[in-house]
Design a protein around this ligand. Structure first.
Ligand code: ADP
Ligand code: MG
Length: 696
């Protein structure tokens, strides 16, 4: 396959420098390899021939066999067009070209038989097709059966590119190359009964039947996922065998005195289990890289705190990073009040920490008197130096880029153990791909006494009764969130909605103070508004999704989400997690207009039927694709997937992962002659993309 990767398509017949440049710019195709891996998005069945006399109504793309009767040029200037009158014996239709008129006129002869493939439309009382594909009958390219449709851009179309011209270029490459050499280790092709690469490439572009096509697609998906997994696994093993990590063997005074004196409640079974897992992992002498998944409200903070105390007991410092100032502050408040009785020094460092305080923190970090540092990104800035950082916790990881995670390693000679906490339930297949190098712990149990949130779907015209219900909650002393969408493209309009909403709410619930936050506010103002809500002084919080992550006000029992149809499922789930944190029955009301599309209604109804974050995440993945899961993918996937789909190819991910692990077990450095080619493939992929070594 090597030759493929370096041969430029410019030298193909019918390409040349100009068209090559266009293909590169529009489709990213530069080499033979790029061209052959430009796959059809779908296929059209050409096995059926239509009769013009049978055309009726809205027609699909169809195949017609017949002859041209006459040609004529009509109109002038930009409107000039060539019209060929085409007959199949049953009726007549017009075939229309708006450009390359002379070429087209010369290309077809009246009286010869052609196969025409296009979408008929009714125009001026006559059927016509614009720019159809036309092949002389009896030629290879006129073959019936499945024909691929290739993605093209508008620009390429106006320059005369068709699905067919892409296909012809590919056929040219295939016939000049002869046999395409295998890109997977031979063992794997045999063991997993895969089609060989040459056959797969030939088939995907020109399948003889659906069964063959599926086999070809399988093979190509496997290959793609296999190299993705090989990359991740190889890196993960490298990381592990580097092995240098703190060995935390002691449970000492900090942990014990906290556990006996300050524990606010009994740990749940799940919390105990994950603490054990983390403890065992920190005792191996290898650096820990662990993902802690737990639905909103499952009590991750307490797990983080207890495991940080283990680090302290082993003579190390710990830090906890959160993605926003609000969250960092909240963590700081929770943690410092909990540990106060046992004499642990906790400090908060954010972008708005004053210089004097900051200097003090820097000093205490260096002399070791500061035990736990809580903060935002400020924590990983270069001038923040620890005496001996042994454990770092990152909360709500999806807002932290990979590069930032990597910067943590540099904070110590021995890289600190890292615990990444996320409430975004990541479906297994995705976790395996994105976090393939992380070990995973799951808190799958909520603290006792929680009543599941009741989720209701309500329409705008029911607003009055919704407000009445909110009024009842307020009279019982509870607090309420009212959430508005805020989506970048329409920011002005959204902000207006939010402001109007705030006014309506303030008027409707005059007896209560209403707080108000959105992302465009100054941090100080935002913090102030949040704090009056957190303290209970304000009973209603009108907000955009800035409250999505982590905010904890157990007395808030009701959340009203306006224009719920504009939120993604995972986002709705995150939002809903802000209520139901106390012992009282909580409610989440999804407001929308009565008329919504069916899929939208189904999404919202799913929310009303389940509180299970994993069910929600799986559904979200299926309906919107993996790219939307809060940017997790951006940070995790190093190369574009052309054919595999993380949302639906779960089984294939598992297979390819097994294959990758097995290969590395047998040949960790991929240095045997049989595997050298795999190593080379990895090299090509990584060249094209990012510095993989920075992914932690
Ligand atoms: P999250 O996993 O969403 O970060 P938190 O750590 O904020 O959840 O915990 C949610 C709430 O549950 C907090 O109010 C916390 O004090 C409480 N909590 C945590 N663990 C327990 C427990 N074992 N028993 C009772 N309440 C708990
Ligand atoms: Mg949290």
């Amino acid at each position: 396959m090597n030759r493929l990767r370096f041969k430029d398509i410019m030298y193909l017949k019918g390409v040349g420098p100009k068209r090559a440049e266009l293909l590169l710019k529009e489709l990213g195709i530069k080499t033979y390899h790029d061209l052959l891996y430009h796959f059809p998005t779908h296929y059209i069945d050409r096995s059926r021939t239509y009769r013009i006399a049978d055309f009726t109504g809205e027609m699909p793309t169809v195949l017609v066999k017949g002859q041209f009767v006459t040609f004529s040029v009509q109109g002038d200037g930009a409107k000039t067009r060539l019209i060929g009158l085409f007959s199949d014996g049953s009726g007549l239709m017009e075939i229309v070209w708006f450009n390359r008129i002379k070429q087209m006129r010369d290309a077809f002869l009246p009286g010869n038989s052609y196969i025409v493939f296009g979408k008929p439309t009714m125009f001026n009382g006559r059927w016509s097709m614009t720019h159809p594909e036309i092949d002389p009958e009896g030629t290879a390219s006129a073959s019936e059966g499945l024909r691929g449709v290739y993605p093209l851009t508008e620009k390429l179309r106006t320059r005369g590119f068709t699905s067919r011209s892409i296909f012809s270029l590919q056929q040219q490459v295939i016939s000049t190359l002869g046999i395409v050499s295998e890109t997977l280790p031979a063992d794997i092709v045999t063991r997993y009964r895969l089609m060989n690469i040459g056959e797969a490439i030939a088939t995907i572009h020109n399948p003889s039947n659906n069964h063959e096509l599926q086999r070809a697609r399988e093979r190509l998906k496997f290959e793609e996922l296999f190299y993705l997994q090989l990359n991740i696994q190889r890196y993960a093993r490298g990381q592990k065998s580097a092995s240098n990590g703190f060995r935390f063997l002691r449970i000492g005074q900090y942990f014990n005195s906290f556990y006996t004196q300050c524990m606010p409640f009994e740990l749940t079974g799940a919390q105990k289990r994950v603490i054990k897992e983390i403890r065992a992992d920190m005792a191996t002498g290898r650096q820990m890289n662990r993902l802690l998944q737990g639905d909103v409200g499952s009590g991750k903070t307490l797990v983080a705190l207890l495991t940080m105390l283990i680090a302290l007991d082993n003579g190390c410092q710990a830090c906890l990073m959160a993605p926003t100032e609000i969250l960092a502050t909240q963590h700081f408040d929770t943690i410092s009040s909990m540990v106060a009785p046992v004499g642990i020094n906790v400090k908060l460092l954010t972008g708005s920490t004053r210089k004097k305080q900051r200097d003090e923190i820097h000093r205490q970090l260096l002399d070791g008197s500061l035990h736990i540092l809580v903060g935002t990104h400020a924590v990983i800035e270069d001038n923040v130096k620890f005496k001996n950082l042994g454990f770092a916790v990152i909360d709500e990881q999806h807002r932290f880029g990979v590069a930032q995670r990597a910067r943590l390693w540099g904070k110590n000679n021995i890289a600190p153990h890292v615990l990444v906490m996320t409430a975004t339930p990541i479906p297994r297949t995705l976790a395996m791909t994105v976090y393939g190098d992380l070990d995973v712990s799951v808190i799958d149990e909520l603290p006792p006494g929680r009543k599941p949130v009741v989720t209701l779907l309500r329409y705008d015209e029911q607003r009055f009764s919704v407000y009445q219900a909110i009024g009842r909650q307020l009279r019982q002393g509870r607090q309420v969130y009212i959430v508005y969408p805020l989506i970048e493209e329409n920011e002005k309009l959204d902000l207006k909605c939010l402001e109007e909403g705030y006014e309506t709410i303030s008027e409707t619930f005059r007896d209560y103070r209403v707080a108000y936050v959105h992302g465009k506010m100054k941090p100080a103002e935002k913090d102030y508004q949040m704090s009056i809500f957190a303290s209970g002084e304000a009973r209603i919080l009108v907000a955009t999704t800035v409250i999505e992550v982590g905010v904890n006000v157990p007395n808030a029992t009701t959340m009203l989400i306006e224009n719920a149809e504009r939120f993604g499922l995972s986002q709705l789930h995150q939002l809903r997690g802000r209520v139901g944190r106390g012992a009282d029955q909580s409610y989440c009301i999804l407001m929308t207009k009565r008329k919504i599309a069916k899929p939208t209604r189904e999404r919202l109804e799913l929310m009303t039927s389940t509180n299970d974050g994993f069910v929600v995440a799986e559904a979200d993945l299926k309906t919107r694709g993996p790219g939307d899961i809060e940017g997790t993918l951006q940070s995790g996937i190093p190369f574009d997937l052309k054919i595999a789909n993380l949302a639906i190819d779960g089984q294939m991910i598992q297979l390819s992962r097994d294959a990758a692990c097995r290969l590395l077990d047998e040949d960790p450095t991929l240095s045997s002659p049989a595997n050298r080619m795999a190593l080379q493939q990895l090299g090509y992929l990584n060249d094209k993309t990012i510095d993989w070594s920075r992914i932690s």
